[in-house]
Each structure stands twice: as C-alpha cells, then as structure tokens.
Design a protein around this ligand. Structure first.
Ligand SMILES: C[S@@+](CC[C@H](N)C(=O)[O-])C[C@H]1O[C@@H](n2cnc3c(N)ncnc32)[C@H](O)[C@@H]1O
Length: 298
C-alpha cells in the first residue's frame, strides 16, 4: 500500500486497518463534530452533489465509540515522536478529551488550542456568540516533536504592559524587561516567542474566491500551516483521514512535507486532486467510485 501522495476514497477505518504501524509524523483530523446536522456540498451552479451526515442515532455514546475506533488506529500509525491534532467544538470536545486521554494516556496530552475567529460561527441571543473551535493535541509519547518557534509569533506590546516595562537598546530595538525570582529577563518585541494556545486565524470568508472550494466546513490553510510547522519537519509524513477537500494535504505540500489522505466523499477526493494539480502535483485517488470517475474518463 502506498504511504504518500495518495488519497484513499472510502471509510477511514477500513483503510487505516490496512496501513502499517508507526509511519506517521503528524496527524490532523477534522471529523464530524456531533453537530446533529447534515452538511451539504453545493457548487457554483447551485447543484447539490454530495453531503456528509453528522447525526448519531445512538447519541453521544455512539459517536464517541465511532471516534474511539478511529483514534486507536491513528495512535497505532503514529511514530513515537508523532502527534495528533483533533479538531472539534463545544458539541463533543469534553467527551473526546476523555476518550483521547484513555487511548493516548492522560500524560500524553499536550495542549488544547483554541482557534478564535471573528467571522462565521454562531450568533446567540441566550448564549455568547460561538466564535471558537477546540483542537486537542496529543503526543504518542513524551518524545513528541515540537517547534513552537517555527511559527514566528512575536510579542505584542500590550501583552507586556502588565508584566514588565519596555526599553529601547542602542540599536533602536524595543524590548521588555521582566524581573522574576530575583532574575531579570530581556525579551525583544520582534523576537519569536513560544506561541500561546489561543490562535486568531481568520476564517475563510463565505464569498472568498481564492481559497474557498465550496466544500462544507473547509478550514483555512493558514490554520493548517501553523499546525504543520509546529509539529513536523520537511519530508515528514502528514496524515489526514477526514481530509475533506484537502486543506491539510495542500498545506503539507506547500511546506515540503509528504502527505497521505483518506475521505469517504468522492467529491472531496476529487477536489483534493484538483487543488493539488494547481500546485503541479499529480495526486492518485485509490478506489474512487466508477460513477464519479466516468465523466473524466470518457
Ligand atoms: C469537517 S469535514 C473535513 C474538512 C477538511 N478539514 C477541509 O478543510 O476540507 C469532515 C470530513 O470527514 C469525512 N468523513 C466522514 N466520515 C468518514 C469516514 N468514516 N471515513 C472517511 N472520511 C469520513 C467527510 O466526508 C468530510 O469530508
């Protein structure tokens, strides 16, 4: 079985059970969120082509059992230095955290990243506007790879206004001086810092014509770039077994990582192939149903 440059079309549990142990450096997944909705894929001409179901007859227990089977396979496929980023939201994040603590071990929890966006999400009248998703991060072991400085986040001025004061050195560079535990620390404002766990990354605007593919729940490339840069090296294998229209794989390709995708939606798989072809890459889709293949092959 090929391990890179391929999108397997079909149920990810089926495909993962055929893939080997300890080959993946980084896995990002953005599975159904237990939203009790049906997400429609609608394209420019208004014709609905495909939708994916996020309704669970047996409730949250059914959903978590379904997710556990998949997280166990991901855990098996990760290298000892590998990490999982599991994207979810308020619907099931706490249940998923408990399940992942069981599969990975509580001590292998790394971070809970909050992706904060100002456009999109839900407005409330009787609750606060819903403007964030949660990304749970786990290492396969405590030796997981991490390079937060690769994100090149810098210090902001306000951040320092409580904790210290600012000075300018002889070259005109601003720095913050912080005194703690009898020591004085100097932090340059323009120097990369270890990133916070709240990330403000703009959502893709509904009417965007450059990045938006018309695929429901498509995530911004900028979000995936942060994840890939913090938790993998060039040439590492990045895996997404709920790859949708392929944001993870496109970001991985742009950052010179190897990639592997799975999605049950033939429309999603075709979109990934199209997006990668725009980068000059010929991606192979394995097991695309004939009905979808036909128009191109005739
Ligand atoms: C939230 S979307 C992912 C969107 C993706 N992150 C993007 O940016 O395009 C979830 C995806 O999971 C896929 N999916 C749901 N159940 C699946 C299964 N059993 N095996 C593989 N893919 C599945 C759906 O087809 C859908 O494309």
């Amino acid at each position: 079985m090929k391990l890179e440059g391929v999108i397997y079309c079909g149920d990810n549990l089926y495909w993962m059970s055929r893939l080997p142990d300890e080959v993946v450096d980084l896995c990002y997944i953005d599975p159904p969120f237990f939203s009790n909705r049906n997400h429609k894929v609608i394209f420019g001409d208004g014709e609905e082509i495909r939708s994916f179901e996020d309704r669970w007859k047996g409730g949250i227990e059914d959903y978590i059992d379904w997710m556990r089977d998949r997280v166990q396979e991901i855990h098996r496929m990760l290298k000892p230095t590998g990490s999982l980023y599991l994207h979810c939201d308020w619907h099931a994040s706490h249940y998923l955290k408990v399940m992942c603590d069981e599969v990975f071990g509580y001590s292998n929890f790394v971070s809970e990243v909050v992706w904060y966006y100002t456009s999109g999400g839900g407005r409330g009248r009787r609750w606060f506007n819903r403007k964030h998703d949660t990304i749970l991060v786990y290492g396969k072991t405590r030796d997981y790879f991490y390079d937060g400085l690769a994100l090149k986040d810098t210090r902001t001025k306000d951040e320092g206004s409580f904790g210290g004061y600012f000075k300018t050195d002889k070259n005109g560079r601003r720095y913050q001086e912080v005194r703690a535990g009898g020591k004085t620390y100097k932090y340059y404002i323009d120097q990369p810092k270890n990133p916070d766990d709240v990330w403000m990354v703009p959502n893709i605007p509904q009417r965007d014509l450059t990045e938006r593919m018309g695929y429901p729940t498509q995530k911004p490339e900028a979000l995936l770039e942060r994840i890939i840069e913090a938790s993998s090296n060039p040439r590492d294998l990045v895996f997404d077994c709920f790859c949708g229209c392929g944001t993870t794989l496109v970001a991985a390709q742009k950052l010179a990582r190897r990639w592997l995708g799975i999605d049950v939606s033939p429309t999603g798989c075709k979109l990934v192939q199209h997006r990668l072809s725009e980068l000059g890459v010929r991606a192979e889709i394995v097991d695309l149903p004939r009905t979808i293949q036909a128009p191109e092959n005739t």
